[in-house]
Design a protein around this ligand. Sequence first.
Ligand code: HSE
Length: 288
Amino acid sequence: MKIRVHATIANFGPGFDVFGVGIGEPYDELSFRESSEWEIRVKGHDVPADVRNTAVVAARALAEMAGEEVALRMKLRKGIRPRSGLGSSGASSLAGALAMARVLGVEDERLILRAAMEGERAASGSAHGDNVVPAYYGDFTILESYEPLRVRRIPVDFDVVAVLPAVEIPTSEARRVLPPKIPLKDAVRNIALASSLVLALKENDLKAVGRLLDDRIALPYRKRLMPWYDRARKAALEAGAYGFSVSGSGPAVFAVGGDVAQIGKAVAEAFEGFGIEVDVYVTKAGRG
Ligand code: HSE
């Protein structure tokens, strides 16, 4: 049996730890079968090929939650680069949880997503759901609450370009730079951005979506890990993007609107100016 899980753009501008959307490319593929012991082989990007792999962590978590003693033999084709900001650990986690769900006949979505979040906890120290939830549904997703797990969804379908520079920023590090408190005016601005963005998506107003892709919770503090951010954003906007932001905790960035292939080229050139190579994914939002 085989499962494909797509990359995701978590946060999607102002929705820190709340918003996310599935995108068409890149993706992970997991083949699996029931076995007497745990085994995982990995092709593609370099991730642990043992029980530390988030696919194994999440699959084990689901077996434990279901009170079953089952192991899996897995083959992971790792298409999403780890520590990229494109939901790499979340995709493998969800693939592992879905594989175990298939083997055990588990259909409870919340249980599957909870198990996948355990993979996230193992990878970054935080069991955030804004990658595994949009990876599961594909839609634009809003995590209304974690406990109990409540998700709201808006089906979307628009062009997006994700640009992944050849640098790594582990989510754990990108979370360490965040302050415990933020100024009230930033919180107010983020509420305005996030609430307006949800309406803009619902109304399919991509120009407004682009304009609202800002963030005052994480981005101001994370920019110091991404010295190229402002230059890349300027290049995207000059090439006609409606908006630009960081994907998840970075370093990947994304843009919407206009000719996304052309925008991807412009952003890639901006990175070249810093001597950084990139992978460019011209793809669709609303896939999972
Ligand atoms: N919401 C998480 C963060 C996403 O920004 O830390 C990590 O991909």
